[in-house]
Design a protein around this ligand. Structure first.
Ligand code: AMP
Ligand code: MG
Length: 342
């Protein structure tokens, strides 16, 4: 398939109409959002849904998030919007919070991996909002990467994974946040945090004035609440060793590992404060330990750098305890082949 590449900013009316046509003929458009790039198709069209799973190579029990451009679009997707959900929407929409609701009968189970709930997000990116508003249907839009690969936060990533597999790629420059949305299930009495992100449990609890539940790790034989969380994710091709614990432990253990490594092409991803204490090595700087926004924004770029540099072993480390650093760690633990903890 020859893929149309769109680089204009802002999008012209003519381009928006072309994208609208592509979406309504059941084809796919990759577009930027403030979290990561999404691979979007008409959520009300079974063929488009099938194309998304095929293009990503995504397992069919891993449901998709529906993207809307105004709250009125919700009424055709979800059964009921609780008072908690309304309060969260007022505070955090448009933005990086995905809410899981009881789905309307009419929403295809292929979209929700057979669940009776549906995940919905209202992104806060001008291009995403214009594309969805012009199409005037919810777009199913999972992260625009091949399944198992790091999410795409730069246009190059999208191009590498999906050129030739979708109808159009829209370049919106680097993603502002770089980490996928927080996913919160509001379909029951007590909200459950299914995936951490830029909007923390604390921020949600402050709005709701009550505690929420942080989801338990899923056992392989359970039906997981957020099915996506059971899959291997974000993995570069080389072996990722993650060192976590007090800073002195990380520096000492990483230094030993660097000196003793038998790798052909070792790489280290480290924050400035740790990098300056390590022996000579091929280093990919991550940012400052005290700047979690930059660490979140650069994570997937650094993981993809590992493949570009043909690194067969990758050493990386833990971060501080603040919620955003911990959301980054949630992704990094999934990318790791080995976790060395103290
Ligand atoms: P992605 O679109 O690749 O960022 O992944 C979407 C995440 O949301 C995955 O972890 C999914 O399992 C999760 N998700 C989507 N729909 C639902 C749902 N109805 N219930 C629970 N989790 C969901
Ligand atoms: Mg994803």
């Amino acid at each position: 398939m020859k893929t149309l590449i769109i680089k204009e900013q802002p999008l012209t009316e003519e381009t928006l109409q072309r994208l609208n046509q592509i979406i309504h003929q059941g084809d796919l458009v990759v577009f930027p959002t403030e979290t990561v790039y999404g691979i979007g198709g008409n959520a009300l069209d079974e063929h488009a849904i099938a194309k998304i799973y095929a293009a990503k190579g995504r397992p069919s029990d891993n449901p998709l998030i529906l993207h809307i451009a105004h709250e009125d679009m919700l009424s055709s997707i979800v059964e009921d919007v609780s008072e908690d959900a309304k309060a969260l929407m007022r505070c955090f929409w448009p933005g990086p919070l995905t809410l899981v609701f009881k789905k309307k009968e009419s929403i295809s189970p292929r979209l929700t991996g057979g669940l009776d709930t549906v995940a919905v997000r209202f992104p806060n990116h001008p291009m995403a909002r214009q594309i969805i508003a012009t199409a005037n249907v919810p777009l199913a839009a999972p992260s625009a990467n091949l399944s198992g690969r790091p999410s795409s936060t730069l246009f190059e990533h999208v191009y590498e994974d999906l050129y030739g597999k979708v109808f159009a790629l829209v370049d919106g420059g680097p993603s502002t946040l770089g980490l996928e949305s927080t996913v919160l299930d509001v379909s029951g009495d007590v909200p459950v945090l299914l995936r951490p992100g830029s909007i923390s449990a604390d921020m949600i609890e402050t709005v709701l004035q009550k505690p929420i539940i942080a989801s338990q790790p899923t056992k392989a034989d359970d039906v997981p609440k957020a099915p996506g969380m059971k899959y291997q994710h974000y993995q570069p091709r080389g072996t990722v060793k993650l060192f976590d614990g007090p800073e002195s432990f990380m520096v000492q253990a990483m230094s030993e590992a660097i000196k003793q490594s038998k790798a052909r092409n070792l790489a280290v991803i480290a924050v400035d404060e740790i990098a300056s204490l390590l022996p000579a090595c091929t280093l990919y700087p991550w940012g400052s330990l005290y700047d979690p926004e930059t660490l979140a924004k650069r994570l997937y770029e650094r993981l993809r750098n590992m493949d570009e540099g043909h690194h067969d072993e990758i050493i990386v480390h833990g971060l501080l305890e603040d919620p955003l650093s911990q959301a980054v760690m949630n992704r990094l633990e999934k990318a790791a082949h080995e976790i060395i903890k103290k």
